[in-house]
Design a binder for this molecule. Structure first.
Ligand code: PEP
Length: 255
């Protein structure tokens, strides 16, 4: 049984003091152990403070929004896996569509980062998804297939099981337009089938596939009731601590 994983991608939002205030309310709202893996993904500047507040408790884990694939060197403005590890970061988002479209990240770059993260024992959350033009042209499956094949190339079975995939249709990110549960489930099932063809079905069954794209408290439960949707990567709605707690609650296993 795959444990659901809900991540808060704050993007370029949240100062250190705003992050502190968020956690104060959010951790109170969610209470103790709840059967859901929660990952808070602040901007780099708030990682140290969020790490300190989360401490060794299991309430939520820490994620980063990006990293460079080299270990160190003359890469002004970049952050290495080792720097993240020192702050107890456990997950790193790689290949978000904003990185792909605004900062020119290709599937090859995604692959370098994914491999470097796994080598450093950071779990990658690899974002894939089609644009509206690609969906309208009937290219959803070919785009997803290419992003998986190239982006995850060279991963061992063990590394693949440590990888989280986030299916984020670009047309649904920050637009208020969510994929229907049926559209999302179809894409997730295709992703799992592709993993089982490129690796094997037992490993594909272990990989968690999050949905991302305008997830909010009102639509989270319905999306996550689909068999291949194993959680959510949440942008806009993750900045409201009470709303984000409701999304986490929607992912809790039924008692
Ligand atoms: C995201 O940034 O990954 C995302 C899904 O954003 P939003 O929830 O705002 O659509």
């Amino acid at each position: 049984m795959r444990k659901k994983i809900i991540a808060a991608n704050w993007k370029m939002n949240m100062t250190v003091s705003e992050a502190e205030a968020f956690l104060h309310t959010f951790l109170h709202e969610i209470g103790g152990e709840n059967g859901v893996e929660i990952v808070i993904v602040p901007p780099f500047t708030a990682l140290a403070k969020v790490s300190e507040i989360l401490g060794r408790g299991q309430a939520a884990k820490l994620g980063a929004q990006n990293m460079h694939w080299e270990k160190s060197g003359a890469f002004t403005g970049e952050i290495s896996a080792q720097m993240l590890r020192e702050l107890y970061v456990r997950y790193v988002v790689i290949g978000h569509s904003e990185r792909r479209t605004l900062f020119g990240e290709t599937d090859d770059i995604v692959n370098r980062k994914v491999r470097a993260s796994l080598e450093a024992a950071l779990k990658p959350v690899v974002c894939i998804g089609e644009t509206l033009e690609q969906r309208d042209a009937g290219e959803v499956e070919s785009v997803l297939h290419r992003q998986i094949k190239v982006g995850l190339q060279g991963l061992s079975v063990r590394e693949l099981s440590d990888t989280v995939i986030a299916y984020e249709p670009v047309w649904a990110i920050g637009t208020g337009r969510t994929a229907t549960p049926e559209q999302a489930q179809a894409a997730h099932a295709f992703i799992r089938k592709t993993l089982s063809e490129l690796w094997d079905s037992a490993t594909a069954d272990k990989v968690r596939i999050q949905y991302g794209g305008s997830v909010k408290p009102q639509n989270a439960a319905e999306l996550m009731s689909e068999p291949d949707i194993d959680g959510a990567l949440v942008g806009g709605a993750s900045m409201d601590p009470r709303g984000f707690a409701e999304i986490v609650k929607a992912a809790m296993p039924a008692h």
